[in-house]
Write a protein that binds this ligand. Structure first.
Ligand SMILES: CCCCCCCCCCCCCCCC(=O)SCCNC(=O)CCNC(=O)[C@H](O)C(C)(C)COP(=O)(O)OP(=O)(O)OC[C@H]1O[C@@H](n2cnc3c(N)ncnc32)[C@H](O)[C@@H]1OP(=O)(O)O
Length: 215
């Protein structure tokens, strides 16, 4: 089996795709927050639903089979656009924009009310989701990508909704296994810490065509 999808999409084609779908994704994200916090009356929600149904009807006219995948272009940037954390076409993703430095990766991001667990705090599963991604990106950026084998998360204190920073780095590599650590912080300091091992799966070890980059 191969998990890589390599294509020849040009930079221009990729930017056209982004410009076509990103506004819908952003509007849908805003919609999720409004579903939770809107206080309009039933007649207004019924009207909104009619508009939403019309949008669903238009978008349903042409739908790809299966999920988006992680698409690598030989000519342009990699597109993890369906990804649950960074996917620019995924309204469930916050989304995070992850910056790759030489020895670590980081992201400044905002979590809306759609990510609430305990009152006014981030859901613990969402923190784990974000750290899984950041640690995985740190491993990939260091040239040793892998699937999460084990992720251990320590919740040191409640993580407030709003502005946050996540960071991760590789601690060490042992063959196909990469050990990474990371954290989510608010303005007061560390809220959540994680450590994980990322393993290059068997099928990828013998892959003939390895993408040059995963970011
Ligand atoms: C190229 C690939 C795609 C990468 C794309 C990169 C994209 C980069 C940017 C995005 C970043 C995304 C970040 C989110 C990433 C997910 O969310 S991945 C989704 C969640 N994880 C999964 O679904 C993984 C499911 N599990 C599996 O596929 C397989 O069990 C694994 C983990 C790949 C290992 O299988 P395997 O390759 O057959 O492992 P195997 O050869 O038996 O063992 C190799 C070594 O690993 C150890 N090991 C095996 N399983 C485990 C485990 N669960 N825990 C700890 N150690 C283990 C073994 O003990 C062995 O150690 P040694 O004896 O060599 O010391």
């Amino acid at each position: 089996m191969s998990g890589y999808q390599v294509d020849d999409a040009t930079v221009e084609e990729i930017e056209t795709e982004r410009a076509t779908y990103e506004p819908i994704t952003e509007a849908t994200r805003r919609l999720a927050d409004l579903c939770i916090r809107s206080q309009v009356d039933a007649a207004s929600t019924a009207r909104a639903l009619e508009h939403l149904q019309a949008a669903i009807d238009v978008l349903s006219q042409d739908v790809a089979e299966g999920p988006y995948g992680l698409r690598h272009s030989r000519q342009g940037p990699t597109r993890p656009w369906g990804n649950a954390v960074v996917g620019v076409r995924n309204p469930v993703a916050p989304p995070l924009k992850v910056v790759h430095e030489t020895d670590h990766v980081w992201s400044d991001f905002e979590l809306s009310s759609a990510y609430e667990g305990p009152p006014s705090l981030v859901h613990g599963g969402v923190s784990a989701l974000i750290l899984d991604q950041l640690l995985g990106e740190a491993a990939a950026a260091a040239g040793s990508p892998g699937m999460t084998g084990t992720l251990t998360v320590r919740y040191r204190r409640g993580t407030p909704l709003g502005a946050l920073r996540a960071e991760a780095r590789v601690e060490r590599t042992e063959g196909y296994k990469t050990f990474a650590v990371g954290q989510i912080c608010d303005a007061e300091g560390v809220c959540v810490e994680a450590e994980g091992v990322f393993i290059l799966p068997r099928w990828a070890r013998s892959e003939q065509e390895q993408p040059e980059r995963f970011e």
